[in-house]
Design a protein. Sequence first.
Length: 98
Amino acid sequence: MEHTRLTVTLQSGHGTLARLAAMLNNHHVLDLTYTTAPTNTATAVVCVAQSDALRAQHKLRRLVDVIDVTPTPALLGASETPDVPHAHASHPTGAPRQ
C-alpha cells in the first residue's frame, strides 16, 4: 500500500495532540509520532494512505496550532520503512499463510 508521510510543525500547547488526533480521525493513519521541544514547538510525523494524503494535509493546515505541513510520498514496504510496524497473518500452527 502506498502512503504519504506528512511532517507537521506545530505550536505546542495544552490539547494540541488531542486536536491533531481528532482531525485525523476519519483518515487511514498508519503511523503517528509526536515530539515536543523546549521552545514550545512540536513535530508530528503522520503516515497516511496516499488516497487520504491530500485531504489530511488540507485538514491539518486548518488547525490553529499548525505552522507548516510537508508531504513526502513513500512506498510502504518492509525494507523501505522499518519504523512502520507490519503485521503478518499466519495459521494457528505458526506457518505463514499462502
